[in-house]
Design a protein around this ligand. Structure first.
Ligand SMILES: Cc1cc2nc3c(=O)[nH]c(=O)nc-3n(C[C@H](O)[C@H](O)[C@H](O)COP(=O)(O)OP(=O)(O)OC[C@H]3O[C@@H](n4cnc5c(N)ncnc54)[C@H](O)[C@@H]3O)c2cc1C
Length: 276
């Protein structure tokens, strides 16, 4: 099969390219090894917003307590989860006909290059690959142009016991509100999740060798967000039956953090930031 343009990704980037290209008369194919719709809608930006808006509402009311509002509303995690799941579940059903209507062929499977101008599709072995992509027939394609917009997956650190942890996608499908959350890493996704759990009343601990003071300061108002200073101590204190076992500090970035505690002057092993 020959296409003018093949796009690997049915998500935001892929659709943004595919639809206008097809409209302009190009013969376009889109390939993805997951259900069509992409990260943003189904397991990223939009999916998380269902929880984020509740967090914002709770924080607004919390701020207004004693200023005309008496009681804090009770968030119901399962209701939010159901709304989120209804939304995310509908995305592939909307994306497939949108491609079809635009005259775009959509294939589920893993794309790999066989030459500079040719590509093959094979069965996906991704644990989250769609069922169709796991059973995909092998196709060979020729193309004039190709757009690779493969997105990104969480980077899973090689820590013994890491299999007991969950990633952002699992988090957004947790059946119940976790009372305590420990994040390994404190990037923007971890911070957003930390704030969600904190606003819902849970306790959060974040571990990150690169957590800067600026970042910590920006989160001061969330009293229950805790910052760790010493990894092993923290794990023992909060997770006495901890499933994560980190026998030795081998990560240089972590070493740097542990041997330069002056980055957090005056903080002991575990610090509750004062409400600001
Ligand atoms: C929890 C979370 C919250 C986020 N919040 C925000 C936010 O608030 N604002 C924001 O701007 N961004 C946010 N992001 C990031 C945003 O979701 C991504 O940057 C965006 O969705 C990437 O879109 P994309 O189309 O490039 O790739 P994706 O939508 O990730 O799609 C790439 C697809 O390509 C597939 N693929 C990869 N390689 C192959 C191959 N060889 N063959 C076949 N298929 C392949 C992948 O399986 C995937 O389905 C968030 C992400 C997460 C995880």
């Amino acid at each position: 099969m020959k296409y003018d343009v093949i796009i690997v990704d049915s998500g935001t980037a892929g659709q943004t390219a595919a639809l206008p290209l097809s409209k302009a008369g190009k013969k376009v194919a889109v390939i993805d090894d997951r259900l069509p719709g992409g990260t943003c809608a189904m397991r990223g930006c939009t999916a998380k917003k269902f929880f984020v808006v509740n967090r914002e509402a709770l924080d607004s009311v919390r701020y207004l307590q004693g200023k005309g509002i008496e009681e804090l509303p009770r968030p119901v995690w399962t209701q939010t989860l159901d709304m989120k799941t209804d939304f995310t579940g509908s995305i592939p059903e909307k994306t497939r006909p949108a491609f079809e209507k635009a005259g775009i062929d959509f294939y589920e499977g893993i794309a790999f290059f066989t030459s500079k101008q040719t590509l093959s599709l094979k069965k996906s072995v991704h644990r989250r690959g769609s069922e169709s992509s796991k059973q995909s027939d092998i196709f060979d394609f020729e193309f004039d142009d190709i757009i690779l917009a493969c997105g990104s997956d969480p980077r899973i650190p090689e820590i013994p016991g890491i299999g007991y942890t969950i990633d952002s996608e699992d988090f957004l499908s947790l059946p119940q509100l976790p009372g305590r959350l420990l994040t390994i890493g404190a990037g923007y996704i971890a911070f957003e999740f930390a704030h969600i759990i904190s606003s819902y009343g849970g306790e959060v601990t974040m571990l990150d060798p690169d957590l800067t003071r600026d970042l910590a300061a920006s989160s001061k108002k969330w009293e229950s967000i805790l910052f760790q200073k010493e990894l092993l101590h923290q794990l023992k204190k909060h997770f006495p039956d901890c499933l994560l076992q980190i026998p030795a500090v081998t990560d240089m970035r972590l070493m740097r953090y542990l041997i330069q505690p002056e980055g957090f002057p005056g903080l002991e092993n575990l610090t509750v930031l004062p409400q600001g």
